[in-house]
Design a protein around this ligand. Structure first.
Ligand code: ARG
Length: 271
């Protein structure tokens, strides 16, 4: 039986969510978005996380920032320190300062990045390694900064499929040293690295990845993921996890799912 542990998360209500521009292949401003339904689906997600015993914090949504709901992109935290975000596209640039203010007000040590990076969108902490996706959003120059800031091994992984432009669309952390990933989203060298680090990983297929089945939030036991990802849910259950499905049709139109909406806070303000 896999065991879980209580987590702390930072989220942002999709109050002003829209697909107003296209910065990833899933976004089409011509497709209508039901912002109210997005809000209901998001509420169900945060209630689910709270119901599992986790602590959920909220950012204040700001008009004019339709992607702010994707809170995972605002930073990466470990042991009381946060490495802030610096967004690739100008449409999202103003989100970084909102995260910064939140962390500073809560007493975290905040490090301003010089390199472009989109926080947990491209960064995953697992088994003492900081996995670092790059190729679409994060500048590899962030990797050296991350090594300096956190003093941990940083493992660069090159993403090659534009549909899976952030690491968290192609790889999900399930447990202390366990991941699920879609191999074809990575280049050959990165696939070798992943095989070596995680010989017992759950391997997702193209359908799992396209259903955002890897964009999951796990506490080590319960794995919250998009309801469309039925194949992934079956694989998780077979591996001893408890899949918890949430409907996420609206935020899907922004090119994100469950994990994109949730930044994990590791270590607390005084870490
Ligand atoms: N529309 C957003 C963007 O393209 C989606 C971000 C998804 N976030 C994530 N962590 N993958 O920036």
């Amino acid at each position: 039986m896999v065991t879980g542990s209580a987590r702390t998360y930072l989220t942002c209500p999709p109050e002003y969510f829209q697909v107003a521009y296209a910065i990833n292949p899933w976004m089409d401003p011509a497709v209508p978005v039901d912002t109210e339904l997005a809000g209901k689906q998001w509420r169900r997600l945060v209630d689910t996380l709270a119901g599992l015993g986790h602590t959920v914090h909220y950012l204040d949504p700001v008009p004019g920032l339709p992607d702010q709901v994707f809170a995972a992109n605002g930073g990466f935290s470990l042991a009381g320190t946060v490495y802030g975000a610096r967004f690739r596209y100008p449409q999202r640039a103003a989100e970084a300062a909102i995260h910064r203010r939140w962390y500073e007000a809560a007493g975290w040590r905040y490090v301003t990045p010089t390199a472009v990076n989109e926080g947990e969108g491209d960064l995953a902490w697992v088994g003492g390694h900081l996995l670092a996706g790059y190729g679409f959003r994060t500048d590899p120059a962030a990797h050296a900064e991350l090594r300096r800031v956190f003093g941990v091994p940083v493992v660069p992984l090159r993403l090659v499929d534009p549909r899976f432009y952030h690491l968290d669309t192609a790889l999900g952390v399930l447990g202390p040293a366990h991941v699920a990933y879609f191999p074809d989203a990575f280049d050959a060298a990165s696939r070798r690295v992943l095989r070596r680090l995680f010989p017992d990983a759950l391997i997702a297929d193209a359908a799992d990845a396209a259903a955002f089945g890897l964009n999951l939030v796990s506490d080590g036991r319960h794995v919250v993921l998009n309801a469309e990802a039925t194949g992934m849910a079956a694989k998780l259950a077979a591996a001893g996890y408890q899949p918890v499905l949430v409907e996420f049709s609206e935020l899907h139109k922004g090119g994100g799912s469950v994990k994109c909406c949730v930044a994990e806070l590791r270590g607390g303000p005084r870490g």
